[in-house]
Design a protein around this ligand. Structure first.
Ligand SMILES: *Cc1c(COP(=O)(O)O)cnc(C)c1O
Length: 391
């Protein structure tokens, strides 16, 4: 059955779920290899002439359920998967960026992605040009000089900057470059980059898609010809997703729309609450009308997401007092979970930078990233209120 005619939340429940036994919950197929009685049939599957499974580093029936879900939810021709989000990002970049090629991206990419741009890719003689994340003119001008790949992430981590996807994907198309967007923060419920002219979309499925902080995975969806190339590279690098985490991520995705609707609404309330609080100096959330990317976010997103960041009127010593006094929060590195998670970027995503480098990126030392869970928002507001009052 083709589930692309349905809304994303419906596809999250139904896509990829058909199976011969009629199981209403997917079986987890942990088999490493798949046996044949007919050598000709085995040969045809092994050479791609007919459909089937051979070896789970390449394809696996449980993993295929998850891949089909993200394919339909992102409106893609094809999808594939990886052991982690960084597996998806590194395999995609290394597939298309060979010595002599050029990639254009922004300064605010996820920490691990920045490391690829600053360290690993230049070491392979790939030309890397990073521009200020919201300087669309500079990014367009750089792309117009010619490039092979444009890599974007929006909203960004941790200051929730917004990039106009349609505008930059159009610039890349003019010079024949592939555009890739990391859609982890938005999820396919809030944003579908492929409908905005992008070629490939990436997710760290570890975050919102899984949603329970108990499985890791990465996903890639987009043009069939491009996904196929990355899949062939991953078959050999071996960054493959296993059946058990694939099952858990697919299970989590069934409630994705419910969770995201709640997290969108709660984050908006919390952002307004913090903005009005006398002890808070700055709130970064694209749903606030004062956010510089608000208009663009309104055009390309259906919701503003469950993550916000804010800074206190005070230095890092105040953050050290404030964060441990919150009761309904795990002080931990991840995001996008059913429980609220928070931490200072100086300890989490941007720990490898100096204070000066963080200042250049507009990340104050007293910044706090707050990933809203699915708790009742009144309890979260009360929790923030008591912790702020105690300062
Ligand atoms: C977490 C994250 C990644 C990396 O994902 P892993 O599953 O931890 O490898 C990439 N991009 C963004 C935006 C993330 O938040």
């Amino acid at each position: 059955m083709e589930f692309s005619e349905y809304k994303t939340g419906t596809a999250a429940v139904w896509a990829g779920e058909e199976n011969a036994a009629g199981a209403v919950a997917q079986p987890v197929n942990n088999s490493v290899a798949f046996a044949y009685t007919d050598l000709d049939e085995w040969y045809d599957v092994a050479t791609g002439k007919s459909e089937g499974y051979i070896y789970s580093r390449n394809t696996n029936p449980t993993v295929a359920v998850l891949e089909e879900k993200i394919r339909v939810m992102e409106g893609a021709e094809a999808a594939t998967s990886f052991a982690t989000g960084m597996g998806a990002i590194s395999n995609t970049l290394f597939t298309f960026l060979k010595p002599g090629k050029k990639v254009v991206s922004v300064k605010d990419t996820y920490g691990g992605t920045s490391k690829l741009f600053l360290d690993f890719l230049p070491g392979m003689n790939v030309e890397v040009k990073l521009h200020d994340t919201t300087d669309h003119e500079a990014l367009e001008a750089e792309v117009a000089k010619g490039c092979d790949l444009l890599y974007l992430e929006t909203p960004t981590n941790p200051t929730l900057k917004i990039i106009d996807i349609k505008r930059l994907a159009a610039a890349a198309k003019k010079v024949g470059a592939i555009t890739v967007v990391d859609n982890t923060f938005a999820t396919p419920i809030n944003q579908n980059p492929l409908t905005l002219g992008v070629d490939l979309v990436i997710h760290s499925a570890t975050k919102f898609l899984c949603g329970h902080s108990d499985a890791m995975g990465g996903l890639l969806a987009g043009k069939k010809e491009l996904v196929q190339k990355v899949f062939q590279y991953r078959e050999i690098t071996g960054a493959s997703l296993q059946a058990n985490p694939a099952y858990m991520i697919a299970r989590g995705m069934k409630t994705l729309e419910l969770r995201i609707e709640r997290q969108n609404a709660s984050a908006m309330k919390i952002a307004h609450y913090l903005k009005a609080h006398p002890k808070v100096s700055n709130v970064f959330y694209p749903g606030l009308e004062t956010h510089p990317g608000h208009e663009t976010a309104k055009q390309q997103m259906r919701g503003f997401g469950g993550i916000l960041s804010f800074s206190l009127k005070g230095d890092y010593e105040l953050v050290k007092k404030f964060l441990p006094s919150l009761k309904l929060v795990h002080l931990a590195a991840s995001l996008g979970s059913v429980s609220t998670l928070a931490g200072p970027p100086r300890t989490t995503s941007h720990v490898e930078l100096t204070e000066g480098q963080r200042a250049l990126l507009g990340i104050p030392e007293s910044l706090i990233r707050y990933s809203v869970g699915i708790e009742n928002v009144d309890d979260l507001l009360h929790d923030l209120d008591q912790a702020l009052a105690a300062l």
